[in-house]
Design a protein around this ligand. Structure first.
Ligand code: FES
Length: 103
């Protein structure tokens, strides 16, 4: 099985603690920079499908602005209700200055 790399950003584009929204195959993803390591999660809160990038990223904790659910961007796990389903995560690859999502 082959994998597809989709370029989503250049490294300088997302500051540490920052996020960028990209859409791949109609699915919005949040590309998160956690102290220089990049993570990708689906940009939809599993509580009421609100964009997580409207919220805040502190360390690896992504907080939904709507009702305060928290997710670990490294694993997608819920850290704080009212969401109880994990958010989908995607593999990231960095090649030189370019960031890719691996599908
Ligand atoms: S939509 Fe995210 S906590 Fe409710």
């Amino acid at each position: 099985m082959g994998s597809k790399w989709v370029k989503v950003a250049n490294c300088g584009e997302i500051a540490p603690g920052g996020m960028k929204v990209v859409e791949i195959d109609g699915i919005p993803l949040a590309i998160c920079n956690v102290e220089g390591t990049y993570y990708a999660v689906q940009d939809e809160c599993t509580h009421e499908t609100y964009p997580l990038t409207e919220g805040t990223l502190e360390g690896h904790v992504l907080t939904c602005v709507l009702h305060g659910a928290q997710f670990d961007v490294r694993t997608g796990k819920v850290l704080q209700p009212p969401a109880y389903e994990p958010v989908r995560t995607y593999q990231i690859a960095v090649n030189g200055e370019e960031i890719f999502v691996v599908l």
